[in-house]
Write a protein that binds this ligand. Structure first.
Ligand code: NAD
Length: 352
């Protein structure tokens, strides 16, 4: 089958395949749309069973990045790259340098960064061969702390800002005394919990591993909840911060929260779930709008000149973007997830 006929092709501008026999690298770079600027998107290394599976993944992910960048108000397009292989068994520095050469061969049309299976040390190896590698060094931190290149603090702050705006919109109240159930006490979930605790929210947390939950109970006064109960808890807000598809046909009927606002990517198992949430009178903060703090962070780290303050203000814009989506969704009687897609499409299609 030709790439042009692929179900996920969706007008991609550029799809490049690369094989380097010496280092064993087999990789694909997909550039979805560069109307707003060069494409940015992480590099994922995964043991795909074949190149078809890898192609499907990279096309879907790169399209998602175009939407995310457009909604984050950054002058970037969407792209992504995948390396076919097991990162724990097959990754070598030579392979990463080879990936750097591949990224470089697109001449700046695509910038790569971290994703599953790729660490900062791998990016450093790629950076030996290309200037188009983001996330290797960091200059700014939204709260003025020493930056270490990890975008999770910015992501968590953006989720916090967006969650607060969502509560104000839907429940017409501040976060003081609002109950929030957080699924996943990882890099983002734990930091989000800390912001919420500081704002006076009541926390319920779950994870399949105990470390993050124990820490949240002792340090933040959170209540631990079994993972199988967290989504259906009787709370004001549900924050999915674990894996994708948390909101699906099985979990939807059990949800009691009036607001869903979390960091996880692809929270809705299928697009129609967004419509069903409207029917249930649940406000859904579209995931890629809410969790854009990380990409905003990467964007600022690459700017010639920015500041901690400019990064913070940009992240705080997530609240305004959500308000625009919510008002339009109410006016048009449509799902917030669909309205977010429409606004993103307007932004990246209209740029001449
Ligand atoms: P992480 O791996 O550090 O944390 C995820 C946590 O979820 C882990 O502690 C894991 O044990 C837990 N978990 C997995 N399945 C669970 C379940 N069924 N019930 C409860 N807990 C479960 O990842 P992260 O960096 O915190 O990211 C969280 C989510 O946010 C992911 O979906 C990620 O794609 C998305 N995201 C992260 C960033 C970022 O900057 N890190 C940016 C954008 C989006």
């Amino acid at each position: 089958m030709s790439v042009f006929d692929h179900a996920e092709f969706d007008n991609h501008e550029h799809v490049a395949f690369y094989h380097d026999e010496e280092s064993g690298l087999s990789a694909i770079i997909a550039v979805h749309n560069t109307n707003l600027g060069p494409a940015l998107g992480g590099c994922r290394m995964w043991p795909y069973i074949n190149s078809t599976e890898a192609l499907t993944d990279v096309l879907r992910l790169s399209k998602g990045m175009t939407y995310k960048a457009a909604m984050a108000n950054i002058a970037l397009g969407g792209g992504k790259s995948v390396i076919i292989g097991d990162p724990r068994k097959q990754k070598t520095p030579a392979m990463m340098e080879s990936m750097g050469k591949f990224v470089d061969s697109l001449g700046g049309k695509y910038f790569t960064a971290e994703d599953s299976g790729i660490a900062v040390s791998d990016l450093a190896a790629m950076a030996k061969q290309s200037d188009y590698i983001a996330g290797v060094s960091a200059k700014y931190h939204y709260a003025g702390e020493t930056p270490d290149g990890n975008p999770a603090p910015s992501t968590a702050y953006g989720v916090f800002v967006g969650l607060k705006a969502s509560v104000e919109y839907k429940l017409n109240r501040s976060l003081e005394g609002v109950s929030v159930a957080i699924q996943g006490m990882g890099h983002v979930g734990y930091r989000l919990a800390k912001h919420l605790r500081d704002a006076g929210a009541t926390l319920y947390v779950a994870d399949i591993f105990p470390e993050g939950v124990d820490k949240a109970v002792t340090e933040l006064g959170a209540t631990a909840v079994p993972p199988e109960d967290i989504l259906g808890l009787d709370v004001d807000v549900l924050a999915p911060c674990a894996l994708g598809a948390a909101i699906n046909d099985q979990t939807l009927p059990t949800i009691k929260a009036k607001v869903i606002a979390g960091a996880a990517n692809n929270q809705l198992a299928r697009e129609e779930i967004g419509d069903l949430l409207v029917t249930r009178d649940i406000l859904y903060a579209p995931d890629y709008v809410l969790n854009a703090g990380g990409i905003i962070d990467i964007f600022h780290q690459r700017m010639e000149s920015s500041s901690n303050h400019a990064l913070r203000e940009h992240i705080e814009g997530i609240g305004d973007t959500l308000n625009e989506i919510y008002q339009r969704a109410d006016a048009e009687g449509r799902a917030t997830s669909r309205v977010a897609n429409s606004i993103a499409e307007e932004r990246f299609s209209n740029k001449g």
